[in-house]
Structure formats: C-alpha cells, structure tokens
Design a protein around this ligand. Sequence first.
Ligand SMILES: *Cc1c(COP(=O)(O)O)cnc(C)c1O
Length: 365
Amino acid sequence: MSSIPFLDLRAAYLELKEEIDAAVARVMDNGWYILGEEVEAFEAEYAAYCEAQYAVGVGNGLDALRLALLAMDVGPGDEVIVPSNTYIATWLAVSQCGATPVPVEPDPATYNIDPQRIEAAITPRTKVILPVHLYGQPADLDPILALARRHGLRVLEDAAQAHGARYKGKRIGAHSDAVAWSFYPGKNLGAMGDAGAVTTNDPELADCVRVLRNYGSRMKYQNEIMGWNSRLDPIQASILRVKLKYLDEWNLRRAAIANFYYCFFSGNQEIILPTILEWVQPAWHLFVVRCSRRDDLQKRLARIGIQTLIHYPIPPHLQPAYVNLEFQAGSFPISEQLAREVLSLPIGPHLDLIQLELLLEKFSA
Ligand SMILES: *Cc1c(COP(=O)(O)O)cnc(C)c1O
C-alpha cells in the first residue's frame, strides 16, 4: 500500500473484532437497552482508570461539557473563560447553558490556554474556567486551579482529546471540579457511535449530572428538575469497556510515532514541532506541526501519500455561529495565526511506522 490515511478506524475494530462482537452480542442478549449494568460497569472502570471517584456516562462530549456546566449552576448572565484556540464544542456548551464564552489566547508554544492571560479576563460575572487539553497535551492546571481558588471560581476540564494523559504524574480525570470526556470514534478512547462522560471527585456534582442526563429523574416518573435525555448507550459502554483495556498500549503506539516525527523533522527549519511541558505526559491525540507555508507542506505530503488534516482552520470567534459576539479578524491574533499554520500529521494506533518511514524517504524541502 502506498498511502497512509489520517486515521484508520476500521483497523481498530478489526484488531479487537472478536472481543467487541462478543460484548455487543452480550448486550443484545441480556435485553436491557438503556443505562443498566453495562453502563455502570464502564463508569466504574473508567473512573478507576482516571483516578477519579465518579464517572457518569452521557450521550456525547458536548453534552458532557454542557451537563457539567449546568451542574455548576452556569446559566444566563454568567461568563465562562474558554480558550480562543479550541474546537467549537467547548464554546457551544457554554452558549447552550445561556452563558457567554469569554475567550483567552493560548500560550504560543503549547497551543493551550495561557494561564497568565486568564486573570485579565475575569469579571464579577465569571463562574467557571474551562481549559482544554488540546491535541492531548494537558493544559497547565496548577496555576489555573490557584487562580480559580483565589477568585472563588470553579474549573471544568475539556479532556475530549486527552484520554490517558497525565499532569504531574496523575492521570487527567479529577484535578479540577469536573472533567468532560468525548468518546467520539476518532478520539483516543473511541466508541462506535456517539458517547461521552463526566468524571469528578465531587459526589454532589456527579449526582447532579446523573439526574440531569436522565430527565431530571432519580426514580422513574419522579422528576426533581427539568433534565435532558443524554444517556450513555449500553452497547457503546460495552465496546468502551473492551477498548479501555487497550488504551495505554494504543497510546504508547501513538507516542512511538510522535518520537519518530521528532527525530525525522529535527533540524528542519520550516517545521515547528510541538512543545511539551516537562511535567505532563500527553495522550498524543494529534501530532500538530506549524509551518508558515502550511498549504504547500500539506500538498507535498499528499503527493508522497501522507494524508494530513487541519485542526482547526477557523477559530470559533470567526465562525458565523458566533457573529453575535461581534469579534473580528484580529480579535485573537495568536489563535488566528495558528489556524493559518497548523497541520496535523497522521498518528493513529494502527499507523504502520515502517510504511511511514518509507514514504517519508521521498520527503524533501
Ligand atoms: C471532540 C471534542 C468535543 C466534543 O465531543 P463530541 O463527542 O463530538 O460531542 C469537545 N471538545 C473537544 C476539544 C473535542 O475535541
């Protein structure tokens, strides 16, 4: 084969086909199709994996963010500090609660929200700081948590790209008040459909998300609050239980590919490689390089059979969806420059490293 796709989801299924098929058959066979034992078992296993006390399975990553914000009592009139450089879901979750996303620029080295710029964005309306562990590298949490404590704010982490990552040796999962996860198929821990979860050490917050995801109900036909329908599907839970066992191994494969890229491109003057904080261990969801002639680099790689993607070509503040916030080109110049220069190289757990090396032999400046 003479080309490398950005991500091969079918290969992930084929590696675990027997186990996944058996898990799905088990759910089909037991006749229980909403919440129940399979969901509870995954929640317990995922909480343990994340070094968190509680995990609550929900319908997708956006709902994980939204329900966690609602559980923190975020609503109209409130502000939530978000990165200007993120996938739009982070912002949408805030808007869907009726609150306003207040963007803060990233550290140009790590691409994650710059803790030093957060304080200037805090107002009397600020309720939550929402850092994103972008591309799988944990944001610098300690200064963010200290700031939140000083100002009486809560912190919610968007960990949709960071399954298995560590911050100062401890797994992402409960450093802050709550952590939102997506198990979208392309994530490091991916279901075969939509799925998500919230992890936390706060029993009240866990309980609140649990009630919110299921019609505001703890007991059937008794509705304490106006809730939603966003439950983790037991079929997806059964698949996630299988894939969770392989997450560390598959993340190691990603790290090996990252290492290869660091070696291969070291000394290349036109490509800026990712900067990783000394005290974090990334999940390597994406391997994002920067290049001032990005589109040209993308074409050259395509020509030798290497498919790349751009995460993300348009920052949220320049999306038509957010014209109401009245930002313009130039409002967040660091994020805008990143949108022009970033390129994600393939890094999936089923990428053939030998084939990658062979194809890259044809890469030249
Ligand atoms: C994938 C993703 C989400 C949303 O997850 P869905 O399951 O697709 O709703 C949120 N934030 C970030 C940073 C993501 O990458």
